[in-house]
Design a protein around this ligand. Structure first.
Ligand SMILES: O=C(O)C(=O)C[C@H](O)[C@@H](O)CO
Length: 257
């Protein structure tokens, strides 16, 4: 019996649309508020938000009570970072700035136990195995772990089909902000050239039978990407929602005299 099925991985494999939200506030309280809003996945962002290991752990613990899938984004694709995220209990890891199929293959190895990979065995101490209370954790972990790689440069985009096709890559996320920067549109992920590149990448990923994903807070572009075949689409962030709604609320009242 597999005690911890990765429903998100199964949904991606079945091309079942998954709508997500970015978590950058590092709070288990706000994570729990977001967990009851109806999203399918929530990204605990360790790349651009100060989500350190204790913060990741507390958010993973609160999210476990809800029907939402936590995804942990590591700062980079270092084997030790991935090992730490998986042992914390993340079943799906998102790794930024993946440039080549070879790099993707190394990341696959980092997420899987031998003989498929090189993930270090520490289940006896790890929340991932519920501290060894999941009897078949080691035997089933490789099948339940999901690796999502981020493609977010012109050079990576040129090899996106090859990256997507790497066995063990369970999804490819296109990063519009970094792709825009690399394309010369720093700060403008909505530039027509960037959007065209994102849509082209979605088609290429889908053609090799892998799920494509992205983050965009532009609803019309999100719907366009979904129509193009995107499967896992994050549509905003807790930070963005808080900054915009707090300002909007205040603007409805007279300025302080
Ligand atoms: O490049 C991107 O876009 C992403 O990878 C998502 C961003 O990093 C996210 O933090 C929003 O800025």
């Amino acid at each position: 019996m597999t005690a911890h099925l990765n429903g998100f991985k199964a949904a991606l494999s079945a091309s079942k649309l998954q709508i997500g939200l970015w978590l950058g506030l590092t709070s288990p309280v706000t994570a729990e508020v977001c967990a009851t809003a109806g999203y399918d996945w929530l990204v605990i962002d360790g790349e651009h938000a100060p989500n350190d290991v204790p913060a990741m752990l507390s958010q993973l613990q609160v999210l476990a009570a809800y029907d939402v899938h936590p995804v942990v984004r590591t700062v980079a694709g270092e084997t030790w970072m991935i090992k730490q995220a998986l042992d914390l209990g993340a079943q799906t890891v998102l790794v930024p700035m993946v440039e080549t199929p070879e790099a993707a293959a190394e990341l696959v190895r980092a997420t899987r136990y031998p003989p498929m990979g090189c993930r270090g065995v520490g289940a006896a101490l790890a929340r991932a195995s519920r501290y060894n209370r999941i009897p078949d954790y080691l035997a089933t972990a490789n099948d339940q772990v999901a690796l999502i790689v981020q493609v977010e440069s012109r050079s990576a985009l040129a090899q996106v089909a090859e990256i997507a096709a790497v066995p063990g890559v369970d999804g490819v996320f296109i990063g519009p902000a970094d792709l825009a920067a690399d394309m010369g549109f720093l700060g403008d992920p909505s530039a027509p050239e960037v959007r065209a590149a994102v849509l082209s990448a979605i088609r290429a990923i889908t053609r090799v039978g892998k799920p494509a994903g992205l983050l965009t807070s532009d609803r019309s572009f999100a719907m366009e990407c979904i129509a193009e075949g995107a499967v896992f689409v994050a549509v905003g962030s807790d930070v963005g929602l808080l900054t915009s709604s707090t300002a909007a609320l205040r603007s409805g009242f007279p300025k302080s005299i």
